[in-house]
Design a protein around this ligand. Sequence first.
Ligand SMILES: Cc1ncc(COP(=O)(O)O)c(C=O)c1O
Length: 374
Amino acid sequence: MSGDVDHSWITLSSEALGKNVELIRERVGEDKMICACVKANAYGHGLREIVHQLVAFGIDWLSVFEVSDAVLLREQGIDVPILILSPVSEEQIGLCIKHELRFLVVEESQFEQISSAQDELGLPAYVHIPVETGMGRLGFFPSQVEDVLVAAQQQGIVVEGLMQHYATGDEKDSEYFRTQQMVFECLLDSLDQMGLTPEIIHAENSGASLIHPTISRSNLVRVGAALYGFEPSNEVTEILERNSQSLTPVLEWKSQLVSVKNLPPGMGVSYGATKVLEHETRVGVVPVGYYDGYDRGLSNTGWMMVSGKRCPILGRVCMNMTMIDLSEVPEASIGDEVTIIGEGIRLEQMAELLDTIPYEICTRIRESIHRKIV
Ligand SMILES: Cc1ncc(COP(=O)(O)O)c(C=O)c1O
């Protein structure tokens, strides 16, 4: 026993996750496989907890950023295909082959290393080639792809997948999206004619899958946000609402009051005394702060929920504690539950307060906070 108590905890709703998987399936159709994006600790939700549920729901593929995450999942008996969404180093190639991990190649010179690793291990590598159609990040330009595929073939390498990533997939009327899509589809047409098209084609993230579910010829979608039940953009929500559909948030982050007391008018609250009380105020202390991933930008702007009522943040968020105004819940006392993210305070609302995206908020929640599937 360490003697520590959980100052806060996270619950993950299996029902919500299942609903989101169903919604994605419904929108993209049964003929597209779903690759769940579980990088960054499953967007801060908890890699192990989320993956085991997803596999139970019959998810087809998983994608991570770190090879070590993929190896950990294999060690836990996860046997669905796993795609590494980053280039891998020479040292990692053997590990990927041994664990049947799919990985990206962004330098033609790597084919030689892959080929000798295959020979050494007597096992095939499964390579995916990213195409640079406008994200300005990873991949070969469309004009290079034919040569790349031929070079791989010559080295005895199976290119299993061809992918691209949309820069504006979460926008409804984006010319940029259409251009990226057209460039990719033209490339596929010409590869078809040469008999070079890989077996798996993937392009859409959550936004693109939900807004433009059927227009592309991909057979696998890579989705993160939609699975966790937060919106990639307002436009996605509008489109879903039009179809009477909605995403269901999976994560709830809770804590409890560790101190409650009345503070007099004129007293400042927290560092810098940026909040000076105008009248006597019932103030609660929540043992969660920026160390836990509760953003300091929420100082004097955010709120937490107690007994279904909004309790504004008073003063600056500290490293391990945050003070809240309990005026709306005068009966609140030590030990009462506090919702940090969940009913009454969604990731999207927090993101708006912080002028950022929900992705940034959930991925920053401290990894060691206890997560439980309910
Ligand atoms: C290459 C790639 N594909 C898919 C995704 C999933 O995106 P989303 O969470 O918007 O579905 C990401 C996320 O960052 C990504 O980098």
